[in-house]
Write a protein that binds this ligand. Structure first.
Ligand SMILES: Cc1cc2nc3c(=O)[nH]c(=O)nc-3n(C[C@H](O)[C@H](O)[C@H](O)COP(=O)(O)O)c2cc1C
Length: 151
């Protein structure tokens, strides 16, 4: 069975609600083992054991959250060269922009040579049912891709 790891940080509620929706979508595929961890609780062993990775972060000061950066700093060298080609995706809880969080995460993940499988889901302003639906779709499509072996 394939394993999907969802790692996220939230300083409030928005990115947590998005993570719940991504998880809900992913769990619709019984053929995938879904693991959800906060950045503070996740480490390189989790990433190495996963077949795919979905990251979620708020945008803070035009960048990913400090906790997501800490997570990536802790896993980067332990995983570099060992996860090439594995799929990944991103969701961002932002106030009015989100692009700084996206570009900062993408730049680092590029160095891990993971393969981006979809455009990031970005929530600006209010969290709407439409955004939560897109998060669910992200999780479901990602899990299906893993289960079917098309990723
Ligand atoms: C310290 C701080 C810095 C922030 N900087 C940005 C920013 O640069 N761009 C933006 O769009 N939103 C910014 N925001 C707004 C957050 O991204 C937004 O409130 C988001 O919903 C937080 O997600 P969370 O509830 O999961 O923590 C900032 C919020 C905080 C607390």
């Amino acid at each position: 069975m394939k394993t999907l790891l969802i790692v996220y940080h939230t300083g409030g509620v928005k990115t947590a609600k998005m993570a719940e929706a991504v998880e809900r979508g992913a769990r619709t595929d019984a053929g995938v083992n879904v693991i959800v961890k906060r950045c503070a609780d996740a480490g390189p062993e989790d990433v190495l054991a996963a077949d795919g990775l979905i990251l979620g972060t708020p945008e803070n000061f035009g960048y990913m959250s400090g906790m997501m950066k800490d997570f990536l700093e802790r896993v980067f060298y332990a995983c570099e060269g060992k996860v090439n080609g594995r799929p990944w995706a991103l969701f961002v809880g932002a106030g009015q922009d989100g692009s700084g969080a996206v570009s900062s995460v993408e730049r680092i993940v590029l160095g891990l040579r993971l393969e981006k499988k979809s455009e990031p889901v970005i929530c600006l302003k209010e969290l709407t049912p439409e955004i939560l639906g897109r998060c669910e779709e992200l999780g479901a499509a990602f899990a299906a891709g893993l289960a079917l072996g098309v990723f």
